[in-house]
Design a protein around this ligand. Structure first.
Ligand SMILES: Cc1cc2nc3c(=O)[nH]c(=O)nc-3n(C[C@H](O)[C@H](O)[C@H](O)COP(=O)(O)OP(=O)(O)OC[C@H]3O[C@@H](n4cnc5c(N)ncnc54)[C@H](O)[C@@H]3O)c2cc1C
Length: 465
């Protein structure tokens, strides 16, 4: 029953999204859908009066800026990095083919606003192959073995959902005892692979609230390329980090956002930086943010999830395009393989959770060594000899992100709602962490950005969209 009510809730919110004008045209100079200019619009040191400053041009910031673009409000969008997209960015230079350094799957396209908009960009969106394959040593799982794994997955998810209705324990505490020799695999798939954290660090309630992610679209040009398309024409200031946000609870209403290139004074701000950036002190708030908000962000800290990308010409693992492969493992030292991305020679080994965090901290060479010996062990092919170019992401070290995505700590699912509360009716937070069901996704970040834009517009007496 829980599944049905969650789905109908999501379907209802999706309907609300489609009711807004699709692909609302951002204001000139670029045509809608054109890629955001690499060269940022130079802000004057004291620009004219603004209504809203948006901090961060990831999915949430782009969505908020688009939503406000038709409202008549004057908006600035400041981005610390050299490109738009944040955790959803496509690199075409390392491998000569699109490589999504962060998000790659457009989850649940029926309810995903980015999938709906993406269909209008002219980029090639296609369904990801359903399901996954399982290696057991050097062979694939047989039908009966797969059945046993899948029934364990269902029992584990159901037990977590059941436990969450009583008390918000960790997912690990809620797991059934009888998962047998599939336990480590199920723990990896539900924990590090799904939530970027070990199950002992994830709230059962947060897990139970999260929407299913078992139907996906892929974008041949890259998910990051799609997001960059949607940012076309927005007034984004690249390479311009916000350093201080000053606001007032009293009569002197307004917000000053100090950036590397000057101060933007506005009537409101939407802050879309990750929870780890928010708690890092990289942006000073004056006065300090309420303890309540900082505690909420701390309880929603980002997990660890990285891609070890390997160029493997001539398909040495004999896999189809976009196949997802797990391993029946007996420890947490395992990974997921996403093979032959969009039919290219690029294959990706994903590491996550505590194991992935520790591995990434050791550096790229340790990550390549793990990926190559893991694949060699599973497929019996000497991978080290076949790899051409390679690259490993290290999201925990990315200075303007500092991690992968948020999963609430046990007992802390309510932190997401706290993060959605405005501060002094002047500062709103948005981003994947500020979404109760689509957290950890681009679609969730997008919806959260739109929601914050609507709230800001309303508080300023306008209608967004
Ligand atoms: C490896 C990996 C794989 C993933 N896979 C998927 C997937 O397949 N599908 C999916 O839906 N999701 C996936 N995700 C999650 C998804 O990428 C995020 O949920 C989403 O992109 C977050 O968007 P956001 O706008 O909330 O935050 P961000 O993308 O982090 O955007 C925030 C922006 O703020 C900027 N910023 C930070 N500090 C400042 C400052 N001081 N001043 C100005 N700007 C600043 C940052 O540079 C960034 O651009 C993945 C994430 C990772 C890391």
């Amino acid at each position: 029953m829980k599944e049905i009510s969650r789905r109908s809730f999501l379907a209802a919110s999706a309907a609300a999204v489609t009711a807004a004008p699709a692909l609302a045209a951002p204001s000139a100079p670029n045509a809608p859908g054109a890629p955001a200019s690499k060269k940022s619009a130079p802000p004057p040191s004291r620009p004219g009066p603004l209504d809203v400053v948006i901090v961060g041009a990831g999915a949430a910031g782009i969505a908020a800026a688009r939503r406000l673009s038709g409202s008549g409000l004057r908006v600035a969008l400041v981005e610390a990095g050299a490109a738009v997209g944040g955790r959803c960015v496509t690199d075409t230079s390392t491998f000569g083919v699109p490589f999504d350094r962060g998000a790659h799957w457009l989850h649940m396209p029926d309810i995903n606003p980015v999938a709906k908009l993406g269909a209008q960009t002219g980029l090639d969106l296609y369904p990801a192959p359903p399901g996954q394959r399982m290696r057991i040593g050097r062979r694939y799982a047989r039908e009966g073995e797969m059945e046993s794994y899948l029934s364990g997955m269902v029992r584990a998810s159901t037990a977590i959902a059941d436990a969450s209705r009583r008390i918000d324990v960790s997912c690990a505490q809620a797991l059934p005892k009888d998962l047998g020799d599939w336990r480590s695999t199920i723990e990896f798939v539900l924990g590090p692979f799904g939530c970027a954290k070990d199950l002992s660090e994830v709230s059962a309630l947060d897990f139970a609230h999260s929407a299913e992610r078992d139907v996906d679209l892929l974008c041949r040009q890259g998910f990051g390329a799609l997001l960059a398309r949607l940012a076309g024409g927005l007034p984004v200031e690249l390479g311009n980090p916000a350093t201080r946000i000053s606001f007032s609870y009293g009569a002197r209403r307004g917000v000053d956002v100090d950036t590397m290139r000057g101060t933007h004074s506005a009537r409101a701000a939407i802050v879309t930086v990750s929870t780890n950036v928010l708690t890092s002190g990289k942006i000073k708030f004056d006065p300090d943010l309420p303890r309540r908000h900082l505690d909420a962000a701390a309880k929603l800290k980002l997990g660890s999830y990285d891609h070890i990308a390997l160029e493997l010409p001539d398909n040495p693992l004999a896999l189809r395009a976009d196949e997802l492969v797990f391993e029946k493992s007996d420890s947490a030292h395992t990974a997921a393989l996403f093979a032959n991305v969009s039919g290219t020679p690029l294959s990706i080994v994903d590491v996550a959770g505590t194991f992935g965090r520790d591995l990434a901290a050791k550096g790229e060479d340790a990550m390549f060594d793990f990926a190559q010996s893991w694949l060699t062990g599973l497929f019996g092919v000497e991978i080290g000899k076949t790899v051409r170019r390679k690259y490993a992401t290290r999201w925990n070290e990315e200075p303007w992100v500092l991690g992968a995505f948020s999963a609430a700590a046990p007992g802390a699912q309510g932190a997401r709602r706290v993060l959605m509360e405005p501060v002094g009716e002047r500062i709103w937070f948005a981003g994947e962490a500020a979404h109760e069901t689509l957290w950890g996704t681009v679609g969730g970040a997008w919806e959260s950005g739109e929601r914050a834009a609507d709230a800001v517009a309303k508080s300023l007496g306008r209608r967004a969209g």
